[in-house]
Design a protein around this ligand. Structure first.
Ligand code: AMP
Ligand code: ZN
Length: 464
């Protein structure tokens, strides 16, 4: 197994990976709350999870990775207020929460596949693990960390030494930051719900020692990581937004129950911004992979765009930026794939290719420095010999960009008028105006383009 270094959010230092039971590395990643389509920011975080898992495998480790699917308990605030996100979506769409979860989980897994994100070995649905969550909460109550109020069971953060260590805020900060409690029975405003008692109109509820209710969002991850990975595991990942509340609370719950450290390494992916700001529905800038496909970009061009910025840096999404990434991706792919039929290099050049390949791997092993690794890959591609192709085939296990395969047609090859025609056809299709849609398809066909329809968008390909 090769040596790997990763940045640990807890210690704020790069550390050499030292797994509990090599060659196995156990990882837990906070998965999606399946009440809506995953946006490109969410997907950036899963590309990061994938970079990590692929790198571990390439380095000779075996991964045992868990990703949860949150299908209950995540309220409209990340705290204890508001409605369950699943229930809100269910009401809006006149469906059951189970139907909502099934629909959006399916779309999510399709997105992962299109981005070449490998599935973690274990996918755990929160609603399949309620009994274990109740046991966990009981355990915390027995140890004096949990207490009951009229509306639920809460974790007493003042009892847990070291609350706030991940985000480096002390308990006073947490108390000052918490909103004035609506629930006056909480001992501290920053105490959080382990279990909530269900009101009558709450759709999802289960019997428990405290009556009918449902789990808090944070207890889900503590419980499922314990169940599948044990009371100690190697790496926990998620987006940076989870540091101050969700992961802080996970640490408090898990360490309070076990009486020792549970996670060795905390890794967090920075946020994706759009046009320099937050993604939000009201700004109309929340994009999905289907949105990008409908504009003619391939999912792998988006993957390249993600890899080109280090996971610990913010990534600002703009269509200009994506265009640039798609052009670079296309060029690198055509250069490398052409090397399949290139002649073998002389001994000296072949050695240089090997040295470049080693530089690519060294960059990745140093806290997943994919931007540097891509730079080294570009240098390697310039040797334009068969050895470059062979190296790229092997490195595809890490990059998953299919750089060794023939060129895809992407956005910048398609003229604006053609894209407009395709947009018009998609609008007609959505409006079930089949005659117009068919006529426009014929027009596109005559111009040399094929349209591939997806559920929420289309892909435009230049006919070969
Ligand atoms: P959620 O489905 O809201 O629980 O989020 C799923 C994952 O996406 C979490 O790991 C979040 O940290 C992450 N996430 C949410 N918004 C963004 C964003 N703008 N950029 C990167 N990651 C994000
Ligand atoms: Zn989580």
């Amino acid at each position: 197994m090769d040596k790997l270094k990763f940045y640990n959010t807890l210690t704020r230092k790069k550390e050499e990976l030292s797994p509990l039971s090599p060659p196995v590395v156990t990882t837990y990643s906070c998965g999606p709350t399946v009440y809506n389509y995953a946006h490109i920011g969410n997907l950036r975080t899963y590309v990061f999870m994938d970079e990590l898992r692929r790198t571990l495998k390439y380095a000779g480790y075996t991964t045992k990775s868990v990703m949860n699917i949150t299908d209950v308990g995540h309220l409209t605030s990340d705290g204890d207020d508001g409605e369950d996100k699943m229930q809100t979506a269910a009401k809006k769409q006149n469906k059951t929460p189970e139907e909502i979860a099934e629909f959006y989980s399916k779309v999510f897994f399709k997105d992962l596949e299109r981005l070449h994100i490998l599935l973690p070995e274990i996918i755990a649905k929160a609603t399949d693990n309620i009994a274990e969550m109740i046991e966990f909460v009981k355990g915390l109550c027995d140890k004096g960390y949990g207490y009951e109020t009229d509306d639920g069971i809460y974790f007493d953060i003042s009892k847990f030494d070291g609350y706030g260590k991940l985000s480096r805020c002390n308990i006073e900060d947490a108390l000052a930051g918490a909103r004035v409690a609506v629930n006056t029975q909480k001992r501290h405003p920053a105490d959080f719900a382990l279990w909530k008692k269900a009101e009558k109109n709450h759709i999802m509820q289960w019997p428990s020692p405290w009556g009918m209710g449902y789990p808090g969002w944070h207890i889900e991850c503590s419980t499922m990581s314990k169940k599948f990975l044990g009371e100690r595991f190697d790496i926990h990942t998620g987006g940076v937004d989870h540091i101050p509340i969700h992961h802080e609370n996970e640490i408090a719950q898990s360490e309070a129950l076990e009486g020792h450290k549970v996670v060795n390494l905390w890794m967090h992916g920075e946020f994706m911004l759009v046009d320099g700001g937050k993604m939000s529905k009201s700004l109309g800038n929340v994009y999905t992979i289907d949105d990008l496909i409908s504009k003619g970009y391939s999912p792998l061009a988006f993957r390249y765009f993600c890899l080109n910025t280090h996971y610990r840096n913010k990534l600002n999404f703009t269509f200009d930026g994506l265009n640039g990434a798609a052009t670079a991706y296309n060029r690198l792919r055509s250069t490398i794939s052409a090397c399949k039929s290139a002649p073998k290099a002389d001994a000296e050049t072949a050695q240089k290719v090997q040295a470049q390949k080693a530089a690519v791997i060294a960059a990745v092993y140093d806290d997943l420095n994919f931007p540097l690794a891509l730079g080294e890959l570009w240098t390697m591609a310039k040797y334009a010999c068969r050895e470059v192709y062979d190296a790229a085939v092997e490195l595809n296990d890490i990059f998953a960009l299919d750089l060794h395969l023939p060129q895809e047609q992407v956005h910048q090859d398609i003229p604006d008028e053609v894209k407009q025609l395709a947009d018009k056809r998609f609008a007609a299709r959505k409006a079930k105006d089949w005659a117009t849609s068919d006529a426009l398809r014929a027009e596109l066909d005559a111009l040399g383009y094929t349209v591939l329809d997806g559920k929420d968008g289309y892909e435009l390909r230049i006919k070969n």
